[in-house]
Design a protein around this ligand. Structure first.
Ligand code: NAD
Length: 316
């Protein structure tokens, strides 16, 4: 059985490819090695996968519909894990059209072809950013999400709506999985935990927005992968599912944790809130637990120790 993982060379995608190979599945990874961050890091992410003969890599773009169609024509794809996207909240404000193009048109290309080529199910990477400045916590899948505060969030919500429509018209099974800030080995270099660790380690000053009072539900990568596999192994028609730890930590407390584990003091520039950033994220994960066997295990302290061990290894 073949599964297609788009964005499979990225942070979450590469962990997912490894987990799917471990399950004995044949994995086709499609990624365009977008230069949002160093493509060499993405090639390195796939080192382990390349050792497995059931793994194949296509250097391809979800915006290239002919190439995408060829993937479905020449492979019997059973399921699609769609993670390819332009991620990153702040850069999306500088380039909303590009985010809309990749995240909405690219996703629509994929959904249309997957449905047409009789793929059995599609799992789509969505995001907690969709909740915007929701004041009701924890964030539940039934909350209204009509007020995105960044083009990234808006594009991801639009992708969910295209997925719903594909389900409505054709009965195509799609699960939209809203990830809450994911971290761990291979985390994208511009994301807070990775960036702060690197900058504190190198003695650089850190700009800390909203004076460090933002609250985030940080989710360890192994928990995310367990949750995604739980969804894959369950029957669904259309669903939206939160995956988080359902615990929050402020930016200032996170920085203290990094200082403790690095044994170095941070130099902070405390700044006002930035456009696009939400004040807090906090996942209600009761649906994922009840319907999909989600069983998250990592406190941010435990998960951060594992991130740190990886960081110390790769920086040498
Ligand atoms: P990532 O940037 O490491 O991975 C995304 C991958 O998609 C990259 O390898 C990139 O090269 C590829 N890609 C981008 N545009 C493409 C295109 N047009 N065609 C083919 N491939 C393309 O990001 P990540 O952190 O691993 O995120 C994976 C998914 O999860 C994304 O959809 C993201 O929006 C979502 N997500 C991530 C987080 C998080 O905390 N990391 C949180 C919520 C949602």
């Amino acid at each position: 059985m073949s599964v297609l993982v788009t964005g499979g060379a990225g942070f979450i995608g590469s962990h997912l490819c490894e987990a799917l190979l471990k399950k004995g599945l044949s994995v086709i990874c499609l990624d365009n090695f977008d230069p949002f961050y160093d493509p060499q890091l993405k090639h390195a992410n796939l080192e382990l996968c390349h050792k497995n003969e059931k793994f194949s890599l296509i250097n391809g773009d979800i915006l290239d519909k002919n190439q995408l169609e060829n993937v479905f024509k020449t492979n019997a794809v059973d399921a699609v894990f769609h993670l390819a996207a332009l991620a990153g909240v702040r850069p999306s404000i500088q380039n909303p059209a590009r985010y809309a193009h990749v995240n909405v048109v690219g996703t629509t290309n994929l959904l249309e072809l997957a449905q047409r080529y009789n793929v059995k199910k599609c799992l789509l990477a969505s995001t907690s950013s969709i909740y915007g400045n929701n004041t009701k916590v924890p964030f539940s899948e039934s909350d209204l999400v009509n007020e995105p505060v960044s083009p990234y969030a808006a594009s991801k919500r639009a992708a969910e709506l295209m997925a719903y429509n594909m389900h409505h018209l054709y009965g195509f099974p799609v699960a939209c999985i809203r990830f809450f800030t994911v971290y761990g080995p291979r985390q994208r270099p511009e994301m807070a935990i990775h960036k702060f660790t690197r900058m504190i380690d190198q003695g650089e000053r850190i700009p800390v927005f909203n004076h460090g009072h933002c609250l985030r539900d940080y989710t360890y990568i192994d928990d995310i992968i367990q949750g995604v596999l739980g969804v894959y192994d369950t029957d669904f028609s259309f669903d939206i599912i939160n995956l988080g730890e359902s615990q929050t930590i402020s930016t200032l407390d996170l920085i203290t944790l990094i200082e403790e584990q690095l044994g170095k003091k941070a130099r902070l520039d405390l700044l006002p809130a930035q456009d696009g950033d939400v004040e807090q994220t906090f996942a209600d994960i009761s649906k994922a637990k009840k319907d999909y066997g989600y069983d998250p295990k990592f406190s941010v302290r435990d998960g951060f120790s594992l991130f740190m061990a990886w960081y110390q290894r790769i920086k040498k």
